[in-house]
Design a protein around this ligand. Sequence first.
Ligand code: GDP
Ligand code: MG
Length: 303
Amino acid sequence: MGLFEQLKKGLAKTKNGFIDKVTELVTGYKKLEPEFYDDLEAVLIQADVGVHTAMDLVEKIRCKAEKDKLETPDKVKELLKEEIAKILGEDTVPLNIPSESPAVYLVVGVNGVGKTTTIGKLAYKLKLEGKKILLVAGDTFRAAAIDQLEIWANRVGVEMLKHQEGSDPAAVAYDGIQAAKARCTDVVIIDTAGRLHNKSNLMEEIKKVRRVIERELPGAPHEVLLVLDATTGQNAIAQANLFKEATGVTSIAITKLDGTAKGGVIIGICSQLDIPVKFIGIGEKIDDLKEFEPHDFVEALFA
Ligand code: GDP
Ligand code: MG
């Protein structure tokens, strides 16, 4: 399957639950009347675009339709596509790669969003580019979390550094950086815990990990990658604000887009947050992490 076909397949639920509903509206209304716009806004909100962004989008489309003296909704889908494309931006934003190795990427996010899985997939991607990679098991909260990362490391065929369950994540990060320097590693990817039942402790823990990285390798971390689960809807925005404040997030990966009709959340994230989305997860397989290419994304959605 080609890349674009994979993307289309991964976004099929969102297309069914969102874009196909817009098509129904466009064919259902004979005229551009106020109820049409109300219904359009409702469809956008159902797709988890977010109330604010949905209202904004509808307003823009209404203005454009008035300016162009449109009387029927035929062209609305096209207008919507244009406006969504504007929100998502033009370009793919690549990972920050320092001039001198190692690059250090710290991966954060709440429990279950797909951090460890995304790390495995990212390691696979970077390994294909010929990079020497070290995964660091910074989620020391449960032994199973360490095992899970190890399984990914073995599957991809990259090195992994771990301590025992319950050990200090900052100490693991410290060892990770030292090992990377000694072994001429290109990329270090550090996993973290995401349990939210003691929010402030989690944030303090990640801050400490960050401080150790900064101290041991000036300029690092080169990315703080926040993983967000597309199926959690608007809660993803709240999580982003929380982590942004505490850990200085530099990029976002949105996972599980294949599992939801509410993939519109990516539109809300791009419009409400000032952090580039760099990756999307569209499945559980090793090659189901894709660089976020706004143009292809919109085309796949509206195809
Ligand atoms: P963590 O707690 O943040 O480390 O989350 P995990 O990496 O353990 O992932 C939690 C679950 O989400 C696992 O069952 C993953 O297979 C699943 N998952 C992660 N990314 C994706 C994705 O893009 N699509 C689907 N369908 N499942 C995913
Ligand atoms: Mg994990």
